[in-house]
Design a protein around this ligand. Structure first.
Ligand SMILES: Cc1ncc(COP(=O)(O)O)c(C=O)c1O
Length: 392
């Protein structure tokens, strides 16, 4: 049947228009906006990694296609990084350079999922993860999780187990987590992996915030566990680790059979990540160790100040606070819109919690790294009167 002028069902399941109304409203009464809804950093990457430093004289054919697999020098630099950070030596054949973790997850979902398949998506989650799964015609099964870890009697294994059906094919896990700021303990990961093994699920390990932890060094990376190595596919990105979100460079690695299929699918997706920025990424990986340490210290201070101002627990990792604002809403409010509007009137943009999970309509997300510290301080002063909880 002809489709014109309609679009596909999948396209209806995702929308990018979440913020435009709030932004218009904020602009109406403010000269300066504080865009704490954007998950990015105010920090520039190390100089040799920047776009303006990639030169045709040094890299003949700079603007040509890169190999689908990725630039060999970049794969080597990533393998060296993983050895230093995680103490594991990856087989270069099993590493695929991707246009960020977004493209990585998208390609992997394309490879693994059939329409109607289900993916366990512990919530709250990175907003795009739900949309990526949905655009493949699969079903993201949302399981309230990261915000419940400290609830007395919360049984992580039981809640995941209840969500499994005979259509479930994968479990997505993201620690440190966007948006809750939680870092999963070894024990929680262990029970999650028990569920994955019991039901023969793929395990999708989102490592976007692998370097952003503040309280203590996180337990070993999930994908490294010997018991799930044959089912774990990991996503790494330079976006957060090295402040290179616009470069669109990341890595996916996993077991042999699936990586061949992933490389094949990548050819039809973006073909390759931007070649000039692959050379920049090499420099970030080689020279960015200090940048990561400085960022961790700066982000820790920012995260703790934001948490204290908002009256919520300090983040263990990541770059966000996830705040329950139900106490600030009226009896008739079905979601956090009224609160977001008050924030927008004060010039501060936050993310509606629902984009991180259907169960979080009365929550909001705040990114504490998207603006420099002085601006964050002003934004927090504007927010403080809007949250009744007195600052700690
Ligand atoms: C958990 C998580 N995974 C992946 C991404 C996307 O990373 P990339 O910029 O590499 O596509 C983000 C971006 O915010 C994220 O928060």
């Amino acid at each position: 049947m002809p489709r014109f002028p309609n679009v596909s069902q999948h396209a209806h399941s995702v929308s990018h228009r979440v913020y435009s109304n709030l932004e218009q409203r904020a602009l109406g009464s403010n000269e300066q906006l504080y865009r704490l809804h954007v998950g990015d950093t105010y920090r520039d990457p190390v100089a040799p990694a920047r776009a303006e430093r990639q030169l045709s004289d040094e890299h003949p054919g700079l603007h040509k296609y890169a190999p689908v697999h990725g630039e060999p020098s970049l794969i080597d630099a990533f393998i060296a990084y993983v050895e230093g950070r995680h103490g594991e030596t990856l087989n270069p054949e099993l590493v695929q350079v991707m246009s960020g973790a977004t493209a990585g997850l998208s390609v992997v979902c394309q490879v693994l999922l059939e329409p109607g398949d289900e993916v366990l998506l512990p919530s709250p989650f990175w907003p795009l993860s739900r949309g990526i799964i949905a655009t493949k015609g699969a079903v993201p099964v949302q399981v309230p999780f990261y915000t419940r870890l400290d609830e007395p009697g919360f049984d992580a294994e039981a809640v995941l187990e209840r969500a499994v059906t005979d259509r479930t094919v994968a479990l997505y896990i993201n620690t440190p987590n966007n948006p809750s700021g939680r870092v999963l303990s070894e024990v929680t990961v262990e029970v999650m992996m028990r569920v994955a093994k019991r039901h023969n699920l793929w395990v999708l390990c989102d490592e976007a915030y692998e370097e952003m932890y503040y309280a203590r060094e996180p337990p070993g990376a999930v994908w490294k566990r010997p018991d799930i190595r044959d089912r774990a596919i990991a996503f790494h990105t330079l976006s957060k680790t090295y402040g290179l979100a616009g470069a669109r460079v990341g890595f996916t690695h996993g077991p042999e059979g699936v990586m061949a299929a992933i490389r094949g699918m990548q050819t039809f997706h973006t073909y390759c990540a931007p070649r000039p920025m692959q050379f920049g990424a090499v420099e970030a990986l080689r020279q960015g160790g200090r940048w990561i340490e400085d960022s961790r210290a700066l982000y820790r201070t920012a995260g703790y100040e934001a948490a204290d101002a908002m009256g919520v627990p300090r983040p263990e990792g990541g770059t966000f606070l996830f705040v329950d604002v139900s106490a600030e809403l009226g009896p008739g409010d079905e979601d956090c819109s009224a609160f977001l509007e008050r924030c927008a009137d004060a010039g501060v943009l936050l993310t509606p919690g629902r984009s991180c999970g259907a169960d979080y309509a009365k929550w909001v997300r705040l990114c504490f790294t998207s603006v420099p510290p002085a601006q964050l301080a002003v934004a927090l002063q504007k927010l403080a009167p809007l949250v009744r909880t007195p600052p700690a």
